[in-house]
Design a protein around this ligand. Structure first.
Ligand code: BGC
Length: 715
């Protein structure tokens, strides 16, 4: 008998159910605290894991209770949301995704894991892997954006980063891929709303990041709050038990979302809590986060014959196995023993990633980088001197007092300039502010840096916005500033694309500065002054107006493609169909053109390796790093295929005036599509391969190749 079998054999029903129960620590001004009832419950063996407690001393204190005062001495599992850094805050995931750089994604997760582990955290509820094509949904900020391949690569990198090669290593924490599945498709972008999408879309678009996470050995998965086609994900037998556990062979822990088992009653699929516990347990949910439903009602479900002991044992075994993989049985304090470790070892990485996450959206007449002889600048707007906002949503342990505001960053970078500052209006209030005073400052300046956007709490969970434009009176401020006629560089701080086409039309430059973390201000200053050449790309299509949502590059053909000259075509009568900025868009200060796309073969079969070469020409005197995207379009298939499917990308560093030939390779298998049973098949026929600097179809270079019928080449 191995250790877990032995342990399981010696456990009472209450002790077993205790392992399935996750309690929460509360928040006090001094940090996380554990209330008296939870402390009691830990002593009684009724708590298997604890949410939101961190700090090496605090976690050690409660671990001691579990290890020294419970009969079986099973260690607690400390869990927290470490989404984009722990003490050191990195840019929000949507911004970091725009690096298109798996190595960096992995490094930031590794750094966050090390800091979190040093404070006792053993498991994070990350990475968040919801594909999102609707910027009304505030949680778009937390994930990798709109594309399944990007999401899958992000998933692999993040799982590797958090978990390392060995989950028991002191710098490793367990990753939780969430929210399985399709929360990003919530109806009308409204948080927690039901999802109703086709099974094909589910498998083609929403599953790939989760498949990648499972393949990378992700320790845990969290089902989404929402229902999919009428079945809540927390009790989704077909997707949790049949697909995740049986088909993908996921054998890690499934952790419910916050109180989600109890919410099965609200979904209207359980008549009482014993039924809710039954549905979740039978579907494969091992841990009940905070709801206490397993704790209070699994005994009843067992007595009523709704579940049997094997169901409970299977869940307990998975929880104990996770604890074992983390090394907790050998050293329950291993994560909490390092109080002396440096608090912010990742500062350099944070500023580097912040710079690289910035997306230069528009730059008319090359107003950026700012001219070296500028002497008077006005920095205007409510996000200019808002250090705490730079942390963005989901900053559990971030320290607002460390954050560098945009104003502070600019002042530090431009000591020779007179920098006048006025917020103009508050970020989201309706009070009048002092727009006139702000405009007076603008009139005396050579250029205005207009810092507008959202506050940190306007994206993330429960932050859906029906009209995600500039909140409060910021538009009024912006219009007044633009009316002064002084050139305006608009910086947009936000957790999502904001509907600001009117601003893009009038500002001389527009920059997405997202929420960049601790060193936002320095990163922004480096980009605006040209000390750093921007390289961030959009991981999500940026719409013009809410009416275009959902909007994404991988759309399927319309029966009558959009044609402004054709009344009966798939277009709007009042707006272009094109977004404001396409997926992958992002300028640099260099000018790069792509030429001469070619391939090593025009016909291919299964197992072939396809190589595409393209010349990247830096026409400017500025060194740069570009991201080159390769899309495929399967021209004739058994089901309609997207007009563009991202298949790979490459990054290329170009010195001034340099030309490089860039190779992009694909396996023939990467051009497969899913058949009627959602199995991948390579269908014979023609494919277009389209390569370019973003997903604007008008700018892509194309070559065509043909997949031969299986066995054709041999015959
Ligand atoms: C969120 C999860 C998060 C959990 C614990 C929930 O409300 O949906 O993403 O991990 O809370 O904080």
């Amino acid at each position: 008998m191995n250790r877990i079998d032995k342990l399981l054999a010696s456990m009472t029903l209450d002790e077993k159910i205790g392992q399935l129960n996750m309690a929460t620590a509360g928040q006090a001004v001094t940090g996380p605290i554990v209330g008296a009832p939870t402390t009691e419950a830990i002593r009684d063996g009724k708590v298997g894991s604890l949410l939101n407690l961190f700090g090496s001393e605090a976690t050690a204190r409660y671990q001691k209770l579990a290890v020294e005062q419970t009969r079986l001495a099973i260690p607690l599992l400390f869990c927290a949301d470490v989404l984009h850094g722990h003490r050191t805050t990195f840019p929000i995931p949507l911004a970091e995704a725009g690096l298109f750089d798996p190595e960096t994604w992995e490094r930031t997760a590794r750094a966050a894991a090390a800091e979190a582990a040093a404070e006792g955290i053993a498991l994070t509820f990350a990475p968040m892997l919801d594909i999102a094509r609707d910027p009304r949904w505030g949680r778009i900020a937390e994930g990798p954006g709109e594309d399944p391949l990007l999401g899958a690569r992000f998933a692999t990198a993040k799982v590797r980063g958090f978990q390392g090669a060995n989950l028991a290593a002191p710098e490793s924490i367990a990753a939780t891929a969430k929210h399985f599945c399709a929360g990003g498709a919530a109806a009308a972008g409204r948080e927690y709303a039901a999802v109703d999408i086709s099974e094909r879309t589910l498998h083609e678009v929403y599953m790939p990041p989760f498949r990648a996470a499972v393949e990378a050995g992700c320790a845990a998965i969290m089902p989404a709050f929402n229902s999919v086609a009428g079945v809540p994900m927390t009790s989704h037998m077909r997707l949790l038990r049949d697909y995740l556990r049986r088909k993908l062979r996921f054998d890690g822990a499934i952790i419910s979302d916050y109180d989600a088992i109890a919410e099965l009653l609200i979904h209207g699929v359980a008549a009482d809590r014993a039924e809710a516990a039954t549905l979740a347990l039978k579907a494969g949910v091992d841990i009940d986060m905070v709801g206490g439903v397993y704790l209070a009602h699994l005994p009843e479900a067992l007595a009523r014959g709704l579940v049997d002991m094997d169901d409970i044992d299977a869940a307990v075994r998975r929880v104990l196995t996770l604890k074992q993989r983390l090394g907790l049985f050998d050293d329950p304090y291993r994560h909490a023993a390092s109080a002396a470790r440096q608090m912010h070892p990742a500062d350099e990485l944070s500023v580097d990633v912040a710079r690289r996450s910035i997306t230069l959206l528009a730059n008319h007449d090359n107003i950026l980088p700012l001219a070296g002889d500028l002497r008077r600048i006005a920095v205007i707007g409510p996000l200019a001197d808002a250090p705490a906002e730079m942390l963005g949503p989901w900053s559990l342990a971030g320290d607002p007092s460390r954050c560098v505001s945009i104003l502070r960053g600019l002042r530090a970078a431009l000591p020779q300039c007179e920098i006048a500052y006025a917020p103009g209006v508050s970020a989201k209030g309706e009070e009048a502010g002092d727009i006139a005073a702000a405009c007076t400052l603008c009139a005396q300046a050579e250029v205005v840096i207009l810092c507008v956007g959202e506050t940190a709490d306007m994206s993330g969970e429960a932050a859906s916005r029906a009209a995600p434009g500039l909140p409060g009176r910021q538009r009024e401020l912006a219009e007044a500033v633009l009316a002064t006629g002084v050139p305006v560089v608009a910086l947009i701080s936000s957790g999502r694309p904001l509907m600001v086409s009117w601003l893009a039309d009038k500002a001389r430059a527009m920059v997405a500065t997202w929420f960049l973390g601790d060193f936002a201000g320095h990163a922004v200053a480096d980009v605006l002054t040209g000390r750093f050449n921007p390289m961030g790309r959009l991981a999500v299509t940026w719409p013009r107006e809410v009416g275009q949502i959902p909007i994404y590059h991988a759309e399927k053909p319309a029966s009558r493609p959009a044609n402004p000259a054709e009344p009966f075509s798939s277009k709007y009568t009042d707006l272009p169909v094109e977004p404001l900025f396409p997926f992958g868009h992002g300028l640099s200060y260099a000018l790069v053109t792509l030429r001469n796309l070619r391939t090593n073969r025009h016909e291919f079969s299964r197992g072939d390796r396809l190589e595409f070469l393209i010349d990247a020409v830096n026409e400017s005197a500025i060194a740069t790093e570009e991201t080159i995207f390769l899309f495929a379009h399967d021209l004739v298939a058994s089901t309609a295929r997207p007009l563009l499917e991202l298949k790979t990308w490459a990054k290329v560093a170009l010195a001034a005036r340099q030309t490089k030939t860039v190779a992009l390779t694909l396996s023939a298998e990467s051009l497969r599509c899913l058949d009627d049973d959602f199995r991948p098949v390579l269908e014979p026929g023609e494919f277009d391969i389209l390569v370019g600097l973003n997903a604007d179809r008008r700018t892509l270079l194309t070559t065509r190749l043909r997949a031969l019928p299986h066995g054709a080449r041999e015959s």
